[in-house]
Write a protein that binds this ligand. Structure first.
Ligand code: NAP
Length: 263
């Protein structure tokens, strides 16, 4: 099976590349001008430009669409760009997949929920409170509408694990802890985090077993960010990490309070 991974140099993509199933042949996409340092072929794809014309002659049986504007702050600063990159481009990709009979896995987020009615099941109605969530939810709707027979939406929780490429929460935490810097953490933000390695394995399973519709991936236990900070400090042996409890009220971007996911 030929699988095209968009955003080959992203955080989740790196974990997908560590554990490629034997029957899968990977190719990827990179933003124009980004050098391909991977051992996989990559083509250029800019989500701010028309998608189908950039993908002509791309042989693929499936796409795992990881590329996104994934920073809450960047989406809030530029909602128009968030909607183009996360929503409209996803719709164009979904149409391309439907037209070419290509399976599509779209990675979405627990942040499509408003955080007031957790835990959330896949068919609970999203009601995002920020532009990241709004743009990702609009992307979901495009996938389900444009590619109903071959599209799958996988909602991910907060992912845990370091990466040599894109920095994520764990890298941010460890960098601060090792530099003896204060680590501000929301005591009132609750998530069901999952190790990224486990999430990547489940994404591959979902593709290979042909699951459809909307799927939630989540850890079994919920944590607020302070609890998570203590857990990471133990796990990565940084016992002196200077955790500082903050309330979501001080967040610069609106964030949902409790987005525990259930499958
Ligand atoms: N990481 C998490 O904890 C988490 C949790 C829930 C959901 N998700 C979802 O999972 C997916 C993957 O997340 P991630 O953490 O791997 O994100 P990431 O590390 O920020 O990677 C995003 C990828 O998208 C590419 N990209 C961004 N803007 C682009 C554009 N205009 N044109 C082409 N490529 C563009 C980036 O390329 P450049 O490097 O060139 O910018 C990068 O390869 C996202 O859809 C995200 O919403 C992630």
């Amino acid at each position: 099976m030929r699988v095209l991974i968009t955003g080959l140099n992203g955080y989740v993509a790196w974990y997908l590349l560590q554990n490629i199933p034997p029957e899968v042949e990977v190719a990827g996409t990179l933003r124009p001008g980004v050098t391909n340092t991977f051992k996989f072929p990559a083509r250029s794809l800019d989500l701010e430009k028309d998608i189908s014309s950039q993908l002509s002659n791309s042989p693929a049986d499936a796409v795992i669409h990881t590329a996104a504007l994934s920073s809450l702050a960047a989406c809030e600063q530029n909602p128009r760009k968030a909607m183009r990159v996360n929503a409209q481009a996803t719709g164009e990709l979904a149409r391309w997949c439907a037209r070419n009979k290509v399976r599509m896995i779209y990675l979405s987020t627990d942040i499509v929920f408003d955080g007031e009615q957790a835990p959330y099941a896949p068919d609970d109605p999203p009601s995002p409170v920020n532009w990241y969530g709004k743009s990702k939810y609009a992307g979901e709707q495009h996938v389900l509408r444009e590619c109903p027979e071959r599209g799958t939406v996988i909602r991910l929780p907060l992912l845990l694990g370091p990466s040599p490429h894109k920095k994520n929460f764990t890298d941010w935490f460890l960098e601060r802890a090792r530099a003896n810097r204060e680590i501000p953490l929301f005591y009132d933000e609750v998530r069901t985090p999952l190790p990224t390695e486990e999430a990547a394995g489940k994404i591959w399973d979902c593709l290979l077993t042909g699951q459809r519709g909307v799927i939630h991936l989540a850890g079994k236990k919920s944590y607020n960010r302070m609890e998570l900070g203590r857990k990471l400090a133990l796990e990565y042996n940084v016992p002196g990490a200077k955790l500082k409890a903050l309330s979501l009220k001080s967040a610069s971007v609106p964030r949902p309070r409790d987005v525990r996911l259930k499958s």
